[in-house]
Design a protein around this ligand. Structure first.
Ligand code: ACM
Length: 695
């Protein structure tokens, strides 16, 4: 013990000196690498040393879930530090977790998730009303532990924390590509780490019905290619989620997006059939027959079965994107519309939604639906999930409906973390609501649609960007600093790997497949350099630019499937160009760094060339590789002008900008991200540009 205390004393003194130095320079205290940022943080001085004597004690309310949370915490801490931690109880625990009372047996929306965490040099304490807060506190503590010059340590700090919104979710589509249970579990671990508390499980689609139904087994046996979850597996996942403070909301998408149901049950459909599992992506005609009483009898029995399986109070009925073509083509449905005075297909869908809602309510649950179900007259206990725009969220709230925001949080669209981060449920039309109306906005959900993801690359499409959305939904509204977000996102991105998430490790593996196992280290490095600066095309342009119609049979093995959706290298290059231009091209360090980077890019195509001959997956990106070399050469020439202080001629500038414009066009569904910042450099060195005149 003597040695431990002695070391700790040194550590505190060392830290205090550091703080003095920082204060003398007028800088802020060392920032905490926490994500989401807690509601209230008061930093102290000194730190708590974390070594293999570390121990945790639970006080107050206890339950097996808390024991498991502590075991998980210890395992995680041990992974992060490689300290051998034993589960031995200790007379003087390093960390005490005081929990006041149990939370609800089935986790409910709006339960108390608050906690306080105080770290002192001689011990730490988490205090929480319920296990939900206690578990959040443990995650925050894990994020505080960092390597320091003299061992692992957590800084002295007092944190009071609670979420801004009670509904903070991630939706995963497991139908377009089946996502196995173990992949879902590691993503739930990720949700726990960033304090998200809802897993919205999009379980049925045109491309697959993924739940075992004992009542109607043809749903999963004929509608899933054998890729479905058994009811035991579903119970297992729900228990896994509950252990992590996460609710599981199932979605059965109706009356559209339902072709897979009709393979075994064509009698539910509005068309004559027969039906097959859909293999393509998009919006399709098949829809349930809302005029047939047998449809409702079937759905009543299915909902009875599924509401027993899924304990959450909320049950998602989908409702999105019904094109109405099967309804228009069916004379019996046309007749029904007339006789029931339903003047449009929207009205017919409202009729269907109303009937389903009664069924769901009868089985003790409340309905969630995509914003298409928000039709005048729908009952008030529905939750609207706004995906087509933020306006429907505000409109729903203005009329007394609860809502959650997903527009702006679609992870599959390939937006930057900064762009997602800027989307706030209370901004835009939501800002004009009264405080009472704003209370109806419950939070939001990020959405991982699965046209272009599979078990291999899905983690990289969710993480780390999802952590920025998690922060938006947890942290105070004024936590908006993008530079801080990116710095912390980088840290949490690394920490998430300790959970077994593969969002970083998949990448070199996929690049090796693209290059072929015979690729030399130099060739692989060349591929990596190019891959690090391209991004997949954004929004829905992937379909529009596909070389052949994509489907579930299309292998996800191209560079567009392998590269992260946001290029860190290109973002940092862009920031450096901005810094350089802001200095009117006087910042010599920035110039040297830009020159070094541009030289690597200029010379990269030569490294990659041999691979373009050997691998069709590299051949596809040969033009992009040439573009990178070309525009890097242009960037270097622009830097030469800037360094010499001479303006480029208009003719030179026009020629280079034309070349960059070509390179800026998507090729093989990839965007070359350094093109816009290099364009800025070229523009700046011409006559009249910020760096174009002699200094
Ligand atoms: C949706 O994106 N169709 C909800």
């Amino acid at each position: 013990m003597g040695v431990g205390h002695w070391m700790q004393g040194i550590c505190v003194i060392g830290f205090a000196l550091l703080l003095c130095a920082a204060n003398a320079g007028g800088q802020e205290q060392p920032r905490l690498n926490l994500m989401p940022m807690p509601a209230n943080v008061q930093s102290g001085s000194g730190s708590l040393r974390i070594d293999s004597s570390f121990s945790v004690a639970l006080t107050g309310h206890t339950e097996p879930r808390l024991d498991r949370a502590v075991q998980r915490f210890a395992r995680q801490l041990s992974r992060q530090t490689a300290l051998p931690l034993s589960a031995n109880s200790s007379a003087k625990p390093t960390l005490t977790v005081q929990t006041d009372r149990a939370s609800k047996d089935v986790q409910e929306l709006g339960e108390d998730e608050s906690y306080t965490l105080s770290v002192a040099a001689d011990g730490a304490k988490i205090e929480a009303p319920t296990p939900l807060g206690a578990m959040h506190g443990l995650q925050t503590f894990l994020q505080l532990v960092a390597v320091s010059p003299d061992g692992f340590a957590a800084p002295v700090v007092t944190i009071q924390d609670k979420p801004r919104f009670p509904w903070r979710g991630l939706m995963i589509d497991v139908s377009r590509h089946f996502i196995p249970l173990d992949v879902l579990k590691r993503n739930l671990d990720g949700l726990e780490a960033v304090k998200m508390n809802v897993f919205h499980w999009h379980l049925s689609e045109n491309q697959g019905f993924r739940v075992e139904s004992k009542k109607f087994p043809k749903l999963h046996t004929l509608g899933s290619d054998g890729l479905y979850y058994t009811q035991d597996e579903i119970r297992d996942l729900i228990a896994y989620a509950r252990d992590r403070g996460i609710r599981v909301v199932p979605e059965f998408d109706m009356p559209g997006h339902s072709t897979a149901w009709f393979v075994g049950h064509p009698e539910l459909a509005s068309g004559p059939g027969p039906y097959q599992i859909e293999r393509r992506w998009g919006i399709f005609d098949p829809a349930m027959d809302p005029t047939n009483e047998k449809t409702y009898k079937f759905l009543d029995e299915l909902v009875a079965e599924m509401t027993k399986l899924f304990p959450d109070h909320y049950f998602h009925i989908g409702g999105d994107e019904v094109n109405g073509k099967e309804w228009d083509a069916n004379p019996k449905i046309q007749e029904f519309k007339k006789s029931h005075n339903l003047t449009s297909n929207d009205a017919l869908q409202a009729y269907f939604s109303g009937r389903i809602q009664k069924i769901v309510t009868k089985h003790g649950k409340a309905v969630v639906g995509w914003d298409e179900v928000f039709i005048p007259g729908v009952p008030k206990d529905i939750v609207i999930q706004s995906w087509r725009g933020q306006a429907s969220l505000a409109q729903a709230a203005a009329q007394g409906y609860h809502g959650i925001l997903s527009n702006g949080y679609y992870l599959d669209l390939g937006w930057s973390a900064a762009r997602h981060y800027a989307v706030d449920p209370m901004s835009g039309p939501g800002a004009n609501l009264t405080p009472e109306q704003q209370q109806l906005i419950l939070g939001g959900e990020s959405c991982m649609w699965a046209e272009y993801v599979n078990p291999e690359n899905i983690d990289s499409r969710i993480w780390p960007r999802n952590a920025a959305i998690a922060e938006r939904l947890w942290s105070p509204q004024n936590v908006t600093d993008v530079a801080s977000m990116y710095a912390r996102l980088h840290t949490i991105g690394g920490e998430l790997e300790w959970l077994g998430l593969t969002h970083r490790t998949y990448y070199p593996q996929m690049l090796r497949r693209i290059a072929g196992s015979g690729a030399t280290p130099d060739e692989l490095a060349g591929l990596r350099t190019l891959a690090d600066v391209v991004e997949p095309v954004k929004d829905y342009t992937r379909e529009a630019t596909a070389p052949a119609e994509p489907s579930s049979a299309t292998p996800l093995n191209r560079l567009v499937d392998a590269v992260p959706l946001e290029s860190d290298v290109a973002r940092r290059f862009g920031e450096r160009v901005d810094k350089y231009l802001a200095s009117s091209c006087r910042d010599a360090d920035a110039a040297a760094q830009l020159r070094a980077q541009l030289s690597i890019w200029r010379d990269n195509d030569a490294k990659l060339q041999p691979l373009t001959q050997r691998s069709f997956l590299v051949k596809e990106i040969a033009a992009t590789s040439q573009d990178l070399s070309t525009i890097a050469g242009i960037g270097l020439a622009a830097l030469d002008f800037a360094t010499k202080g001479s303006a480029a001629t208009d003719e030179w500038k026009a020629q280079q900008l034309a070349v960059i414009e070509q390179a800026n066009k998507p090729k093989s569904q990839l965007l070359l991200m350094p093109a816009p910042p290099i364009q800025k450099l070229v523009e700046a060195v011409g006559a009249g540009g910020s760096c174009g005149s002699a200094k």
